[in-house]
Every structure is written in structure tokens, then in C-alpha cells.
Design a protein around this ligand. Structure first.
Ligand code: OOG
Length: 263
């Protein structure tokens, strides 16, 4: 176990309890304005350990965020972010997501990658990512920032495991060789009405480029990804809010659909 600083322990507890108690909280940087990005990733690691201990969850991969230039511009940053996916975040397509356990959730369409081999290093390329990928699938990621009004700085959102809460993966995984992964069109609808359209090209030009960035960041911290890990490669459009009774469907060219109903 890594050594956790005292103020980090307090922040980990604060964020863990906010999610557990389904309660929004003020930004961490309001109280700790000097926190760095590196410290925010250390807090994220501590939150992961706490979650693994208390919920018996396992790490099953990573997610990327802020991968589109539009979202980076909105946040005033020029870097993507990564967080962890835990086994208790995976929802099944045929079971409704329980909105009473969520604060102010939004959903965004992403391409899920599954690795066919381990991937670790500090100079990993998009080509390496594609070679290591066994298959890809359409996915919906539910984000639920623990912060009031979904407002935060880069440091806040990293500490909060990049707003992660749930995700659903479509049932059809395909080989990445059968499709132009860098330009997959997507239409996302809510209750039959189109809400967002997008392309995988919005994800740093190509989702594998975004994943290579995350692998190199992890590599610089002595970490890597394992065969079988799932990677959510970043939103292909803006996120949309939802509530009980809604059904969200995202249709990806060549990949098919993924859907999520909400109770
Ligand atoms: C941060 C995480 C967003 C993505 O793919 O951009 C994200 C947020 O809450 O907006 O997962």
C-alpha cells in the first residue's frame, strides 16, 4: 500500500462518502487550492484502494476523459485525464440503471477497447494500442461528478476519478481490423429523439491516440494495463442528462447499438 498523506486521506474520505451517500459536495480545490495534478492522481489511487477494500470491487480497466478539443477548451486545459473502471461500475444492457443511487448523472457515447495483451511503457504509440487490442464495442459511460453543479478544475475532476460512476457495453464486440476505428460515426438518442451526433475522430483525432497517451501517463507512474482490461476511450459527443424512465440508445457505424434504460 502506498503512503497516503494526511490531507489526502481526508479528501479520499470526503469523495468516497459523497458518492456512497449520493450527495454533491464543494470542490476539493476550494479548501486545498495548492493541490497539483500529480497529487490529484495520488488521491485517485487512494480512492481506488478504499473502494477495493470497502466494496470488494476489482479494477477492470481505465477510462479517459477530456479527450475532445472542445471539452478541453471548455475547461481551459490542454490535457486529457484518466481514471479507473471498477467491476461494480459495469451495468448490464438488460438491467435498468438505478437513478436513485446517482446525484446528477449524464451519459456519453464512447468506444470500449478490450486488450488482447498487456500494455505498459512510456513511448507507446497508437499503432501499439491497435496491435494490443483484441476487440472493440459500443459503450455508454455514465458520469456523475460528485461536485456541486458538475463544476470543477482539472485537479478536482482527476481526484474524483474523472466523474466515473457506471458504464454499459454493447453485446457485440468486433475485431478492430474490420472497421476504420478513427472515423466511426455515432448518433445518440433519448426516448427516440436524437440528442447528439459525433465521430470517434473527435477523440484526439483517433481513440487509439488517446489510449496511447493514457498508457504513457500510467507508464510514467510505474503502472500498466493488462490483457483483458477494458478501456473507455473518451466521449464522442457532449454528455446528456437523464432521469428515471428514460431510455438512451447510441448507434455506432459498423459497431451497432448499445442501450441503457433508467429506473
Ligand atoms: C469529466 C469526465 C468526462 C469524457 O469522456 O470526457 C469524460 C466530466 O465530468 O466532464 O469522461
Amino acid at each position: 500500500m502506498t503512503q497516503v498523506k494526511d490531507n489526502h486521506k481526508e479528501i479520499i474520505d470526503y469523495l468516497f462518502c459523497a458518492e456512497r451517500d449520493v450527495r454533491e459536495v464543494t470542490k476539493v480545490t476550494d479548501d486545498y487550492p495548492a493541490l497539483t495534478v500529480q497529487e490529484a492522481y495520488e488521491i485517485q489511487d487512494g480512492l481506488l484502494e478504499r473502494r477495493l477494500q470497502e466494496k470488494g470491487a476489482k479494477t477492470i480497466g481505465v477510462k479517459l476523459g477530456l479527450t475532445s478539443k472542445a471539452k478541453q477548451k471548455m475547461m481551459g486545459v490542454d490535457e486529457a485525464i484518466y481514471g479507473y473502471l471498477h467491476s461494480d461500475m459495469l451495468e448490464l444492457e438488460w438491467e435498468p440503471v438505478d437513478s436513485s443511487k446517482l446525484i446528477h448523472p449524464k451519459v456519453e457515447p464512447e468506444i470500449a477497447f478490450m486488450l488482447g495483451e498487456d500494455l505498459q511503457g512510456v513511448d507507446v504509440t497508437a499503432e501499439d494500442v491497435m496491435r494490443a487490442t483484441k476487440c472493440i464495442a459500443p459503450a455508454l459511460e455514465v458520469i456523475d461528478s460528485r461536485y456541486k453543479d458538475f463544476r470543477f478544475t482539472l485537479v478536482d475532476v482527476i481526484a474524483d476519478n474523472c466523474s466515473s460512476v457506471k458504464f454499459v457495453v454493447g453485446s457485440k464486440w468486433v475485431s478492430p481490423e474490420t472497421i476504420d476505428v478513427g472515423n466511426i460515426g455515432m448518433v445518440m438518442s433519448k426516448n427516440g429523439k436524437v440528442e447528439q451526433t459525433g465521430s470517434s475522430a473527435a477523440v484526439l483525432g483517433h481513440p487509439a491516440t488517446a489510449i496511447a497517451w493514457a498508457v504513457n501517463e500510467l507508464g510514467a507512474r510505474g503502472k500498466g494495463l493488462k490483457k483483458g482490461d477494458i478501456i473507455l476511450s473518451g466521449a464522442m459527443s457532449e454528455a446528456i442528462a437523464f432521469e428515471a424512465g428514460d431510455t438512451i440508445v447510441a448507434d455506432f457505424d459498423g459497431l451497432g447499438t448499445v442501450s441503457m434504460s433508467v429506473k
